[in-house]
Design a protein around this ligand. Structure first.
Ligand code: BMA
Length: 372
């Protein structure tokens, strides 16, 4: 033991600073920077390996995590796979989308070992009422979990459970798997308890983000993750709004946005609106990215039920043309009967599947094998 290590051991108050990024996280950053600068973007799909429109690992016994709707249609896996950790805070076996947390860990590692990139979202329950993330009955929730608030201890326990999960996702050589963490998303709206549109102040949102960072990275040593913020473009992705609630360059690695294509009878007109909204928002995001020296991404997108058979080439590809975006993550293809029609990507036999295939064959669109 060196003298300084010895004195640190003796003086328990002597804390070692956690470096901003672990070597694995830095390698992921470097890999992403290269992709971002190439002008190409990665195909990304939420819960891609857990279930698809007509299958589910819980039921079909495909627990080697080799199945994916994107793979079935395009012949390769998405480069980025998103997983949802909502309700991990309740310490049960299953997520709010009925996925086993053990499977999420195993599927994350399977994707990582194949050369893919993992991102986690967290629709955390309302710690004040115990109801879902969408319970916005009080505008005091964030305040109540900040230091000094009545629910602070309880909430830190929830964060502890999340940290325990992250600490359990280890690669074969024992390192913590690097990934992109995207907490407190769509905060520009008022539909989650952490929304700045009436549910908390900008200051409280920033405090929540920084508290999460300090705990997970500073206290639990989770410097294997990159932090992505993603406001929703509803309520307008205006630079000032994002600016006012921006947690700081020291605690953000990627600036993203969530932007969906809404429904309407005239699918061509709806798609054109989507392209317009995406491009206008990406202009703003590009400026923010430049200003803050951050990569930008489309953290959630798609059209529920993909009403336009040409959505991928006419909608998504058109939207992203000319922008340096990391990836475009289409939301989940829910498999359960209760969510029939709640799909945002394609699947075999689905009307837009040929167009999706054509989109993934474009030179600037990257599936898993393209990033290896
Ligand atoms: C929403 C919907 C919900 C789901 C939640 C978290 O957008 O897909 O059905 O529970 O995301 O994944």
């Amino acid at each position: 033991m060196t003298i300084s290590a010895l004195s640190c051991a003796i003086l328990s108050s002597c804390k070692q600073e956690t470096p901003r990024h672990s070597p694995e996280a830095q390698a992921l950053m470097d890999r992403l920077e290269k992709i971002a600068q190439s002008g190409a973007h990665m195909v990304a799909h939420q819960d891609a390996l857990m279930y698809g429109t007509y299958w589910n690992v819980n039921i079909d016994g495909t627990q080697d995590f080799t199945r994916s709707d994107v793979l079935s249609v395009a012949g390769d896996y998405p480069a980025v796979v998103g997983f949802e950790l909502g309700e991990i805070e309740l310490q049960g076996e299953y997520s709010l989308d009925s996925v086993k947390f053990d499977y999420i860990r195993e599927a994350s590692l399977a994707h990582y070992n194949r050369g893919g990139i993992v991102t986690y979202s967290w629709h955390c329950r309302n710690p004040l009422t115990g109801d879902t993330a969408w319970d916005v009955s009080s505008d005091q929730v964030v305040k109540s979990i900040l230091p000094g608030g009545a629910e602070h201890e309880k909430f830190m326990g929830w964060m502890g459970t999340l940290a325990d999960f992250f600490l359990s996702v280890k690669t074969e050589d024992g390192a913590l798997m690097p990934f992109i963490f995207r907490p407190w998303h769509e905060h520009s709206g008022g539909w989650f308890w952490w929304g700045i549109d009436g549910k908390c102040t900008n200051e409280d949102y920033i405090a929540l983000w920084r508290m999460s960072y300090d705990y997970l990275v500073g206290e639990r040593g989770l410097n294997n993750m990159l932090w992505a913020i993603s406001p929703d473009v509803r309520n307008c992705l205006d630079g000032d709004m994002v600016q006012a609630s921006y947690p700081g360059d020291d605690v953000v690695d990627i600036i993203g946005m969530d932007c969906y294509c809404w429904k309407g009878d005239d699918v061509k007109a709806v798609t054109a609106d989507y392209v317009k909204k995406m491009r206008a928002s990406l202009e703003v995001l590009t400026e923010l990215g430049k200003k803050h020296g951050k990569m930008i991404t489309v953290a959630e997108t798609g059209a529920e039920g993909v009403p336009n058979d040409k959505f991928w080439t006419e909608g998504l590809a058109e939207s992203l043309k000319g922008f340096n975006v990391l990836y475009a993550l289409t939301w989940r293809n829910a498999s359960d009967e209760a969510h029939r029609g709640h799909y945002f990507c394609t699947y075999p036999g689905e009307a837009s599947s040929e167009d999706f295939k054509a989109y993934t064959q474009m030179d600037n669109v990257l599936l898993l094998n393209d990033i290896k």
